[in-house]
Design a protein around this ligand. Structure first.
Ligand SMILES: NC(=O)c1ccc[n+]([C@@H]2O[C@H](COP(=O)([O-])OP(=O)(O)OC[C@H]3O[C@@H](n4cnc5c(N)ncnc54)[C@H](OP(=O)(O)O)[C@@H]3O)[C@@H](O)[C@H]2O)c1
Length: 239
């Protein structure tokens, strides 16, 4: 899907990758960008940007946001949290699931009617840790694995309704989220560019940075992807 003249909604848009996605959507000629934020201010003077108060765990805020949006072509589920833990109690798991998995689910369900009307696209920002856990952030990894699994089901379930569903397997990107983790990181600008490039090419799995690109071919030709396609065939065709 080409972004020019499209309407895009991005959650967690006030900083990090979300803010870079807003700028990249504008650069590619988006007609309107709805920029969801839980807190903080949005620093964007472009009059195509409409700020939305949107905590993805807050159902009444989600409903108010839906009421403010007339049409929508692309929903980018970007909001997320990552906190170090060691699986010593369930609080961290519940917290990560509530934002990274259930938040993504609730926002997607709420905006789905608009996306069905436009034959639009859902882009879910996942992580390489959805494919194999990083054991210093196991609860985060669990939530991204769950979100990845949901992305695959939604892809199969919505295929007959004209809505495409894309998973983004991000590697390390230079944001607040992994401040203090001393590894090579890609810039937010290059990640945002890679995400929209993948969407424009129609890739269902998007690998937008050097670390993720290194496993793209292996994933696309691997057993897990083959099983996803095999299982998707069980979804009944719509009448
Ligand atoms: N950075 C990486 O290396 C990396 C790698 C793989 C995947 N990702 C994924 O990419 C996405 C963006 O991450 P980032 O690196 O840009 O992180 P970030 O700089 O920490 O920004 C996270 C964004 O999510 C928002 N957010 C958190 N909880 C929220 C909630 N309940 N409702 C709405 N918004 C909420 C934050 O809002 P506040 O400002 O209000 O906190 C912030 O805008 C996340 O899904 C993350 O898991 C990042």
């Amino acid at each position: 899907m080409n972004i020019a003249n499209k309407t895009v909604l991005i959650t967690g848009a006030n900083r990090g990758i979300g803010r870079a996605l807003v700028n990249e959507a504008l650069r590619r000629g988006a007609k309107r960008v709805y920029a969801g934020r839980r807190s903080g201010e949005l620093q964007n003077a472009d009059d195509r940007v409409t700020p939305l108060r949107l905590d993805v765990t807050n159902l009444s805020q989600i409903q108010r946001a839906v009421d403010e949006v007339d049409t929508l072509d692309v929903l980018i589920n970007n909001a997320g949290v990552a906190i170090y833990d060691d699986l010593s109690n369930s609080d961290a798991i519940e917290h990560h699931l509530s934002v990274n998995f259930l938040g993504m689910f609730k926002v997607t369900r709420a905006f789905l009617p608009l996306l069905q009307r436009s034959s639009g696209a859902i882009v879910n920002n996942l992580s390489l840790v959805a494919l194999a856990p990083l054991p210093v952030i196991p609860s985060y990894s669990i939530s991204k694995a769950a979100a990845s699994n949901m992305t695959q089901s939604l892809r199969a379930l919505l295929a007959g309704q004209g809505v495409t569903v894309h998973g983004v397997f991000l590697g390390p990107i230079d944001t607040d989220m992994n401040r203090g983790f001393d590894i090579p990181k890609a810039s937010t600008e290059s990640a945002a560019c890679g995400i929209f490039d993948g969407l424009e090419k129609g890739e269902e799995d998007i690998f937008p940075d050097p670390a993720s690109q290194s496993i793209a071919e292996g994933w696309r030709t691997g057993a897990a992807k083959a099983l996803e396609r095999q299982f998707a065939a069980f979804v009944p065709e719509r009448q």
